[in-house]
Design a protein around this ligand. Sequence first.
Ligand code: NAP
Ligand code: GLV
Length: 330
Amino acid sequence: MTSRPKVFISRIVAREAEDLLRAECDCEVWPHHDLPCPGQVLAEKLAQVDGALIMGQDPVPADMLPAQPANRPRLRVIANMAVGFDNIDVAAATARGIMVTNTPGVLTETTADLAWALLLAAARRLGEGERIVRSGQWKSWAPNFMVGQDVYGATLGIVGLGRIGKAVAARARGFNMQILYYGRKQQPEAELRLGARYCQLEVLLREADFVVITVPLTEETRGLIGKRELSLMKPTAVLVNVARGPVVDEAALIEALQKKLIWAAGLDVYEKEPLPIDSPLIQLENVVLLPHIGSATVATRTKMAITAAKNLLAGLKGERPANLVNPEVL
Ligand code: NAP
Ligand code: GLV
């Protein structure tokens, strides 16, 4: 880099990551932990900087990107602090010569842990149990009080056996589970290592006691689990979604939970986030609701911020960032 590039960071991130960027760039930080940077502000900043470190929850549609020639871009890199990058119009970024990067790998185990927390909580009714104790409604021990579904020895179905899906599957071995998976292609090495069996989505939905969604949100996966798919699941089955809300048709899921067509669900992600307070999900006992915290540990969020900062710096230096999602831009 000849002169110091200008960088915008759309939220307060780990100090280590900010320090990395401040050492080589002039940085402006949206000065809030909880308050997202409004779209209009982000669009203005994107038009004034060489690179931006943004959150996976910051939508960047085409009309938010600066009009610039692809062969002489002012804005050169958008580093997303998330592995998912469905918030960004990547094709539009590529057309404007902007590199887009993400943070794969560093959050895999943490997110798999959370998928398991949701699976166990939904199977054994942990949220409901806690609400009963805290509200003073716990009357007695009773044979059918708070009975749930067994996890040990059950069948786990993973939709999208990628990094997080494999980490979820690895944990299932300690629970002596049969593991099914569905994806666009068979993975013989993973089958051997994890003892997983490939099957079509319909078969997985019919046979699994626990269905965990770990596919990215794309045009292909939007609405992948709808009314028909939910109707294939066992009435005792649990659906866990740690991927993206729109992969599951939320209205169909609400209906399935209300009619008890499935046993329960554990959700970290929603069609609209934050989940609106008037969502029928909030009234349901047979769903565990978390506020999109799959990767939320101190260590992992620090690693994500550092990874995003390193990707941003590499791109600004004209190097290929380690986690470039649109290599066609080069
Ligand atoms: P990954 O390694 O890319 O895994 C995604 C898997 O989905 C791959 O096995 C991929 O297989 C499969 N897949 C892609 N398109 C598919 C389709 N149309 N049908 C069936 N399978 C398909 O990604 P990851 O690191 O595991 O992350 C997965 C997603 O989790 C992210 O994209 C993000 O949305 C979400 N996530 C959420 C949180 C959270 O806080 N809740 C945290 C981290 C990640 P092929 O490409 O081989 O087909
Ligand atoms: C979080 O949702 C991520 O994609 O990293």
